[in-house]
Design a protein around this ligand. Structure first.
Ligand code: ZN
Length: 166
C-alpha cells in the first residue's frame, strides 16, 4: 500500500493535489483518518488524507487521474471545519457505523434463534401429533377388549345356565 500524506496545514485544494501527486513514496503508514480506495484504472490501493475527499489526484501507480471518493456521511462542507472538528465527526460516524454493524449482527442472531425455535416447535408439534394418534389407538384397543370381555362374560353366563338346567 502506498501512502500519500498531505501537509497538515494545507488550506487550498490545489495544494492537496500537488501534495498528493508529489508525495509518492513518503511514508507507508495509513492513518485512521485516511480515505482508502483502489485506483479504478490499475487497482492500486491508495490511501489519501481525508481532506482530499472529492478531489482529483493522479494515481501514484499508473498516473491516471482519479477522483478521491467521499466517505459516506461526509459532506464536502465538512472540509471547511477544523481538522479537530472533522476528526470528531469522523470518529462519531465510525462509532455509529460500528454500532449499526453490531445492531445488524444482533438482529441476525435474533432471526437465527427465532428460526431455530420455529424448527423446534414444528418438531415438537409433530411429536405431539404422533403421540395423540398413539393414544387414540390405545383407546380403541381398550374399547375392543371391553367388547370381547362382555362377549366372553355373556358366553360364560350362558354356559353356567346350560349346566344349571341339566
Ligand atoms: Zn492507477
Amino acid at each position: 500500500m502506498q501512502h500519500t500524506p498531505m501537509d497538515q496545514d494545507a488550506p487550498g485544494a490545489d495544494e492537496f493535489v500537488d501534495e498528493t501527486v508529489t508525495a509518492e513514496g513518503e511514508g507507508d503508514e495509513i492513518r485512521v483518518t485516511d480515505i482508502v480506495f483502489d485506483c479504478p484504472h490499475c487497482g492500486h490501493n491508495l490511501a489519501i488524507d481525508y481532506r482530499g475527499a472529492g478531489l482529483q489526484i493522479n494515481c501514484v501507480a499508473c498516473g491516471e487521474p482519479v477522483l478521491v471518493p467521499i466517505p459516506d456521511g461526509m459532506k464536502i462542507d465538512d472540509l471547511d471545519l477544523s481538522s479537530g472538528e472533522l476528526l470528531t465527526q469522523l470518529f462519531q460516524t465510525r462509532r455509529l457505523l460500528l454500532k449499526n454493524e453490531q445492531h445488524i449482527a444482533e438482529l441476525e442472531e435474533t432471526l437465527n434463534s427465532v428460526k431455530t425455535r420455529r424448527t423446534e416447535l414444528e418438531k415438537s408439534r409433530m411429536v405431539t401429533l404422533h403421540r395423540c394418534a398413539e393414544v387414540v389407538n390405545l383407546c380403541q384397543t381398550v374399547l375392543k377388549l371391553q367388547n370381547e370381555t362382555v362377549l366372553t362374560v355373556n358366553r360364560m353366563i350362558a354356559l353356567i345356565a346350560e349346566e344349571q338346567q341339566r
